[in-house]
Design a protein around this ligand. Structure first.
Ligand SMILES: Cc1cc2nc3c(=O)[nH]c(=O)nc-3n(C[C@H](O)[C@H](O)[C@H](O)COP(=O)(O)OP(=O)(O)OC[C@H]3O[C@@H](n4cnc5c(N)ncnc54)[C@H](O)[C@@H]3O)c2cc1C
Length: 291
């Protein structure tokens, strides 16, 4: 079985960024990603300006500026009654932009590969165990790897966190739908956050021709939000939507969960009981400003 210094589960922004930094630091790094990239993902596609220093460090900032993206100069809040409140965003080189996740995540994953991380796509992690040598044994279908450290960067329904009984307790159950639709004429360079009785909608142009449209509700309200969007944006009945799945939660154990360092980069979940014995499990994911 091949042994790595660090195995990262999930090749989204958190996993790829972590992998690039680990590989650049000379660690033998493996990324196991369930999907084949490029792929879209339910997201508003907006990049928080706080990400620019990380993107500069990854030597990706220029590439991202040269690819199709939206430049956003205002946020408009629309209340249920239709009242509008507009807040201007700073208009500068390192301001707020929007980029489709198929593009953004792919650039990050390729950067990790370029600097030496081994990337395995279509590799779904299904089991985790400790080996006699105190490494982690990580199983994907029909193959297994060993690593000294494992990083769970596999998103909100993290398999790593679930397998280690580290998922936080569920709070409110939300469901989201997302689509890229034709950009309405005169939409402008704005993000819209629109509050509706059943939930809310986020809208942002991602290039010259497409609008990112997100709907966030609860399992009982999501279909009426979709009906609202079909009317509001005159969408065809066959409009395709991406959906994020409800959380599948198992009960949490007594593990203490620590949020560490910058909120917008990562959250590390440390298994204190393992750490006391000199072992560390880190579950890292990019924290969402909006989710
Ligand atoms: C409706 C909505 C709108 C949002 N809008 C924004 C926004 O505008 N701006 C913003 O910054 N954030 C936004 N977010 C939040 C953002 O999407 C997340 O913060 C971000 O995707 C987290 O990145 P990540 O790398 O931690 O996880 P993810 O992007 O979820 O990546 C996890 C990766 O792990 C892989 N994976 C999962 N399970 C396994 C497994 N068992 N084995 C191997 N691989 C696995 C997945 O395929 C995926 O590629 C939004 C979220 C939602 C729901």
């Amino acid at each position: 079985m091949e042994t790595f210094d660090v195995a990262i589960v999930g090749g989204g922004p958190a996993g790829s960024t972590c992998a690039a930094f680990c590989a650049e630091a000379g660690l033998r790094t493996l990324v196991l990603e369930r999907e084949k990239f490029p792929r879209e993902k339910v997201c508003g596609d907006c990049i928080n300006p706080a990400s620019w220093p990380v993107l500069e460090k990854l030597e990706l900032a220029e590439q991202i500026r040269n690819r199709p993206h939206g430049v956003l100069d205002a946020v408009e809040f629309i209340a249920m009654g239709g009242q509008k409140l507009r807040a201007d965003l700073p208009r500068r080189d390192n301001g707020m932009i929007s980029v489709k996740r198929s593009l953004f995540d792919h650039l990050l994953l390729e950067r990790a590969r370029t600097v030496g991380a081994e990337i395995r796509e279509e590799a779904t992690v299904i089991a985790l165990d400790r080996t006699a040598a105190k490494n982690w044994k990580i199983d994907i279908v029909r193959e297994a790897f060993a690593a000294r450290i494992i990083v769970g960067a596999d998103g909100r329904n993290s398999t790593v966190a679930r397998l280690r009984n580290l998922l936080p307790r569920p709070e409110r159950e939300r469901v989201a739908l997302q689509a890229h639709i034709p950009l309405p004429r005169d939409f402008g360079d704005r993000i819209v956050l629109q509050f509706l009785p059943e939930g809310y909608s986020g809208q942002a142009p991602v290039n010259d021709s497409e609008l990112n449209l997100c709907l966030v509700g609860t399992p009982p309200t999501i279909s009426s939000l979709r009906n609202w969007a079909e009317r509001e944006f005159k969408l065809a009945a066959e409009q395709a939507w991406r959906k994020n799945h409800s959380r599948r939660r198992s009960p949490t154990c007594n593990t203490r969960i620590h949020s560490c360092s910058s909120r917008d980069v990562s959250r590390a979940i440390v298994d204190q009981s393992n750490r006391a014995r000199g072992r560390l499990i880190a579950a890292v994911r990019v924290a969402a400003p909006t989710s």
